[in-house]
Design a protein around this ligand. Sequence first.
Ligand code: ARG
Length: 441
Amino acid sequence: MNEVREVVIELLGQLGSSREARQYIDRFSQVEESRFAVVKVGGAVLRDSLEPLATALAFLHRLGLHPVVLHGAGPQLDEAMAERGMEMEKLSGLRVTTEDVMAVARPVIHRANLGLVEALERKGVKARSLVHGVFRASLADRERLGLVGRVEGVDPEGLQSTIGAGAMPVVACLGESPSGQAMNINADEAARELVLALGPYKVIFLTSTGGLLDPNGRVLSAITLEEDYDELMAQPWVHSGMRLKLEEIRNLLEELPSDASVSITSAENLTRELFTHTGAGTLVRRGERILEHPAVTPKLRRPLEVLLEASFQRTLRTGWLEGRRVRSLLMADSGRAAALVVEGTGGAGYLDKFAVTPEAQGEGLANALWQALNSRFPKLYWRSQVANPVTSWYFRRADTSFKRNGWVVFTRGIQGIEEVNRVVNDALERDSGWTELESGE
Ligand code: ARG
């Protein structure tokens, strides 16, 4: 096992850094075996990306990580029904499942399930098909919906014994009554119930789009519910499907421990999403509070110094922090992100330090901190070295920018050319507090 791990870590190193990968492997291995992840695979992914899906899951298996895989088969069933000239009927998002529909659905779902199990086995992964015995169900509305089941409970024994045997459970969205009547379970409901029953560390939705999309069709990298939810829900471009998804994810995360997270990604990007800080897909977390402190108290000093020195890879001069005329320290609960604002010229704030650990950047904490900073300091200026990778991020957040002697000075909310000139000069003269010299000093 250890040898395999080493090879795998090396491989992962090619995606990001192997230190990064190791950190996630350790973290995912620390939670109880059956609580690593629930992976919900859409029917379309099963149909169109079976190979990459099996490859990504096999990879997890080799690391000793056993996700519970749940899949739908919607598109497959649509096709099978169309072939037979059957009309598809939906009522408030649920597929009306007459006896005739069920007669078509069951074999289609079984086939989809076996398709994945076999693809896994071809890769040497022990996998077990669980098409019944997981969801206890009752009829939701026999008259109108037919054999659509509402989940009454989840029996985790089958899942746990599968994982205990070192195999990967592949669960279908079928449930049954106590007497064995099979029922069709909506895939989103099945996913929710499974997650609530297992309490996984990661909830993963594999989709064809590979994440939630912004208005330009690009994948949104990270969403922090605490900071972003209300704003997102108010956006006109957030269409009803995405709205539902966000609501559903919020409801899930509210029931899970605060360090749990949801990733929406594709089969092709799953490995990168799981084992790098930046990921590949959309990561949704509850987020953490960003607290404002009017001063750097002795209790805050050490955590702040540790964060700053690690982020900038430099050493602060002793006593530098104590000498600042601090207006505000904004710091995330975990101590992984902080913004230090000191007294600037003309009543504006000078953003002296802004630091977010790489891991927290992947979680979207930099944006969250920036938003907090924005609402608290309408007039702000700061500087950054031209060569610093964060500089391009700042360009998108500033009204004005001036390049001088290896520095870029940024301003936001500062009116009038004279005032802007004044703060730019002030910024360039500041002492950054590092023991090492920088350009411009
Ligand atoms: N690898 C980490 C995780 O799975 C972070 C992923 C970050 N992903 C993102 N889309 N920003 O939890």
